[in-house]
Design a protein around this ligand. Structure first.
Ligand code: THU
Length: 132
């Protein structure tokens, strides 16, 4: 699975976005160590704090199926479904990913033209944990 293939799946996943409040659609494609890919989108709520980010939906969806080892995630997002800028994961999502993913876990961002590759360690240095 190339970075571009994973990004393409994230772009496709934005179609599931439920974002009537912000109009900002997010899609994520999470690659498990066994090769399976889980995709998801952001799902908003009239009580705004009940909203769930696309990349966290993908992680929790996979984790709830028993997946525990992950290699990479591609995240895309934009206003009105247009992917024009990079959509870095929010702080809460970075923390959620750190529960399951090591510092070398890859995060691919895409602005419609180029892919940027980061590691979780770069985006969340000195992460908090209790059990590692
Ligand atoms: N959103 C995500 O899905 N991921 C992020 O990392 C940041 C924000 C969503 C939440 C909300 O539906 C919309 O983008 C605007 O904040």
């Amino acid at each position: 699975m190339t970075a571009q293939e994973l990004v393409n799946k994230a772009v496709e996943a934005t179609r599931g976005s439920y974002s009537p409040y912000s109009g900002f659609t997010v899609g994520a494609a999470l690659l498990c160590e066994d090769g399976e890919v889980f995709t998801a989108a952001n799902v908003e709520n009239a009580s705004y704090s009940a909203t769930m980010c696309g990349e966290r939906n993908a992680l929790f969806y996979a984790a709830a199926q028993g997946k525990r080892k992950f290699t990479a995630v591609a995240i895309v997002g934009g206003h009105g479904g247009k992917i024009e800028d990079f959509c870095p994961p929010c702080g809460v999502c970075r923390q959620a990913y750190s529960e399951f993913c090591s510092p070398d876990f890859k995060i691919y961002l895409y602005n419609g033209r180029e892919i940027r590759e980061y590691t979780l360690g770069q985006l969340l240095p000195e992460s908090f944990d209790l059990i590692k």
